[in-house]
Design a protein around this ligand. Sequence first.
Ligand SMILES: NC(=O)C1=CN([C@@H]2O[C@H](COP(=O)(O)OP(=O)(O)OC[C@H]3O[C@@H](n4cnc5c(N)ncnc54)[C@H](OP(=O)(O)O)[C@@H]3O)[C@@H](O)[C@H]2O)C=CC1
Ligand SMILES: CC(=O)C(=O)O
Ligand SMILES: [Mg+2]
Length: 606
Amino acid sequence: MAQRQVLHGLGRSIGWSMGHKRQPNSTTVRYSHWMPTIAKSDYRKSVDPKYNKGMGYTYEERQRLSLCGLLPPAYRTMKQQLYAVSESFANQTSDLHRYIFLRALRQRHERLYFEFLSKKVNECMPIIYTPTVGTACVKFSLLHYTALGLYVTRYDKGHVIDVLKNWPHTEIRAVCITDGERILGLGDQGANGMGISVGKMDLYTALGRIPPQFLMPAVLDVGTNNQTHLADPLYIGIRQERLRGPEYEEIVQEFMDAVVEVWGPQTLIHFEDFATPNAFKFINKYQDCYCYFNDDIQGTAATGLAAFLGVERISKKPLQDHVIFMVGAGSACLGIAKLVIKELLKRNVSEKDAYKNIYISDQSGLVTKETKVMIPDLKPFCKDMPPMNSLEEMVEKFKPSILLGATGSAGIFTEKVLRTMGKHNERPAIFAVSNPTTKAECTAEQAYNFTEGRALFCSGSPFPPVVFNGKRIVPGQANNSFAFPGVALAVMCTRPFKIPDDVFLVAAKTLADYAEKHYPGEEKLFPTTVEACDVAFDIAVNVAKYFFDKGLSNVFPKPDDICDFIKQQQYYTNYDSSLPPVWEYPELPSVPLPDEWEKKTKKQRS
Ligand SMILES: NC(=O)C1=CN([C@@H]2O[C@H](COP(=O)(O)OP(=O)(O)OC[C@H]3O[C@@H](n4cnc5c(N)ncnc54)[C@H](OP(=O)(O)O)[C@@H]3O)[C@@H](O)[C@H]2O)C=CC1
Ligand SMILES: CC(=O)C(=O)O
Ligand SMILES: [Mg+2]
């Protein structure tokens, strides 16, 4: 009996239950020799990425789990393993190699991977997320080795539920799905869009600390119109033109219903990188009847509004008095514009005044009543004025104080556009939010150089700090990754049936407040990425409060301490064990880690 308790304790300490098929009377040492089959299955489990500790298995655990001899003799603490990973990471020869290295780590040793991401956010975010994830998607056919997420295809029609049931984890609480049609600013990547779903869900865990076993990245492969992929003999998806019309919508509907059937109506369904007309069609169809959100519309909206609230704070001018010019009439710009309107209406600004100062343009110029509008959500933003085409002329004419581009068209914020922004504003707010970096409307350097260093600049993908007139300026990152992990964490904890738009107002305000609270008196619109985990937690707390207060949570009773309630459901990477040894193993000599590395690993803000 005592023996069984020890074994159970050990099972818990490494993260799985040992079961009851043990020899109750055997000693532990004999057990490991007598039961080769079980020992072998323990070995498989011990290298399962979810449980693996790598060289972090203690000598005691190695003895009990029949791992002696299967690992090198040295033992490594989590910190020593992190050091090993960071050395190997740094030795990779390109960002794509770093991406491949991290993917392999994820497939081998999940807790170490997430611990590394959270300790090295600055270094890892640009790899597992934008910009490198964009390159990875383009080349995904060469990188695919094993199931990272679920592929559902148009030919699974009528059987989507069976495909979903093949996913190895049974308790899924969030799904991120893309059909790959608009991957970042890189266009149609078909099934290669899996890289984006995987990247987003990795941030659920790295930033939101949502346990990875609750998450399922997915691709809905309905074909691709990307001619390069269609001609590529190694393309991993269905080599056919994209499905359109009712058949396309039916397969999306079947996916939605299958998720609800398999994992329940409280499963969060996150739509990512759908082409804009479909993105708006589905948000309007699903938002009120599924636990659903579209990240490019709503997550981006929360981040964009937060940036504008920061501009309001720094400029000491109410948001409704700012002239906002948006270049791009897609998911990102329209999502932000709609949330700004929501915020202004809440402040009792009249509808007419709320719309008055927001201008939107697309490739054919200013969106006016003459524009052939394909997305109904764009209609209220159409101006009753003559058409205008040149961005330079529009910026000169409307004198925006906030200029935001989400176009996927690199460099359209020309020197003249930027200088005009600088001419009309003391602190011109310039946001080049297109991803990846190669698609940014301007670089950080251009934004500061052409405005004499006065720009309040943010970009979608990270730019390095710029030194202007001897002053080091750190550009902010205006990316929806500051919003969706916190919203998802709140949803996972409170289990609502739907996610109203107000949730993204809460997220925006929390993000803006975070910057204000942590950088008082500083002209900083966003926290740094190393704080993204703390931001996600704050957003989760406020959004969870919102769900409880509005009666939308399905968790009863309302917890007294929401912070604690959320913390208890988060993912932790600790796998310490304090078991006694079975046979004696001497304390082996070790060498301390370099001081330099220890210092660098401590949290730094910029
Ligand atoms: N930082 C972040 O968090 C986020 C960034 N993004 C990025 O924003 C970009 C756009 O995404 P999304 O809105 O979904 O994309 P869409 O493709 O739906 O929209 C792009 C819009 O930009 C317009 N456009 C393109 N080129 C120009 C140009 N040269 N001048 C004026 N308008 C132009 C298009 O006009 P037309 O319709 O006439 O073709 C279209 O209205 C992408 O790069 C994406 O990565 C998206 C979401 C979040
Ligand atoms: C960040 C993001 O979601 C995009 O660029 O599409
Ligand atoms: Mg996106």
